[in-house]
Design a protein around this ligand. Structure first.
Ligand code: RIB
Ligand code: CA
Length: 320
């Protein structure tokens, strides 16, 4: 049976790749997509999401707009990574449909409560919508199978030296979700940063005859303007799409069940502190807080196999 999922996105280049993969893969049933500000402003995220779902032939999947900014912090931008339009300037036909009149929270609640089995939430963005859902309708928690989120890191950050963008963008939301008692899988930068498509493969797709393949190739070929050094600008990361790949191919990922907490204060605000000590509990001996939640943390991945799974799956979408 396909896994019923609701995807929460800030489309963005890699959210777009994740949406294409999720729609294409037979073991994923996309019930709906909710949008939040992150890589781009909310309105742009909604428009990008609708266009990508149109491209994937999934214009029947409902899309709802959610939070336009984090719970506490100001909205940030990621245009240096995803371009001003959030999709690296990749041209897509304008959409002919509107987003749902429901809010993201209302759509998530309705889809979760009406589905006959538990639903998996795939959070690929700042977790503001999920936090608002869990605070407004706590009854949904027992109807959620798992929250699989792209976010955090057990090692280095990207937005800051120690914080990953999605968690850093709304740390309070991530802390609320982490403490909600729902099983979570953390697909963080430890694996996010190693799953990539080689430049020549992306370039070949971008100029190929496959309609979806061309868009995928162009998205992957977008250069990140974080360095003057051209050799550092190409990444080819499938990014968020890897978190969805991990749902259908968990054997390609090494997970550990570890205590995790989100730092809310100080220079390390937004860091996911992952306790990898061989023992736990010394914190208590020092009179420190022991408010940790456990998560299945992805620490290793067969990067080449996941990249191949991603490509072979999205190329199953219609060629013309
Ligand atoms: O840190 C990477 C994450 O931030 C990805 O989800 C990317 O799309 C951005 O949202
Ligand atoms: Ca994202």
């Amino acid at each position: 049976m396909p896994t019923p999922v609701i995807m929460d996105v800030d489309t963005g280049i890699d959210d777009a790749l994740a949406l294409l993969f999720a729609v294409a893969h037979p073991e994923i049933d996309v019930l709906g997509v909710t949008c939040v500000a992150g890589n781009a402003g909310l309105e742009q995220v909604v428009d990008n999401t609708l266009r990508i779902l149109d491209l994937a032939g999934a214009a029947d999947v409902p899309v709802a707009a959610g939070a336009a900014r984090p719970l506490i912090a100001p909205a940030r931008s990621a245009s240096h990574v995803h371009g001003a339009d959030g999709l690296g300037g990749v041209a897509l036909p304008a959409t002919t449909r509107q987003a749902s009149s429901e809010s993201a929270v209302a759509l998530m609640r309705r889809l979760i409560m009406q589905h006959p089995t538990r639903v998996t939430l795939v959070a690929l963005a700042p977790q503001t919508n999920l936090a608002l859902l869990l605070r407004t309708h706590p009854e949904v928690a027992e109807r959620i199978e798992r929250i699989v989120f792209m976010g955090g890191s057990a090692s280095v950050g990207n937005a800051t030296a120690v914080a990953e963008f999605n968690v850093w963008h709304d740390p309070e939301a991530a802390a609320i979700v982490s403490d909600a008692g729902v099983p979570t899988t953390m697909y963080g930068l430890d694996v996010f940063n190693v799953v990539a498509v080689p430049f020549d493969r992306a370039a070949s797709l971008a100029t190929g005859s496959h309609r979806v393949g061309r868009v995928v190739g162009e998205l992957l070929s977008h250069r990140v303007a974080l360095s003057e050094d051209e050799s550092l600008q190409y990444t080819g990361f499938i990014g968020d799409a890897g978190a969805v790949c991990a749902i259908v191919a968990p054997h390609l990922v090494r997970f550990e069940s570890l205590p995790v907490r989100v730092e809310l204060a100080g220079f390390s605000r937004g860091q996911t502190i992952v306790d990898r000590r061989p023992y736990a509990g010394e914190d208590k001996l020092h009179g420190l807080s022991d408010e940790w939640s456990r998560s299945e943390v992805a620490l290793g991945i067969d990067a080449d196999a996941v990249a191949e799974l991603f490509l072979e799956t999205v190329l199953q979408l219609p060629r013309d």
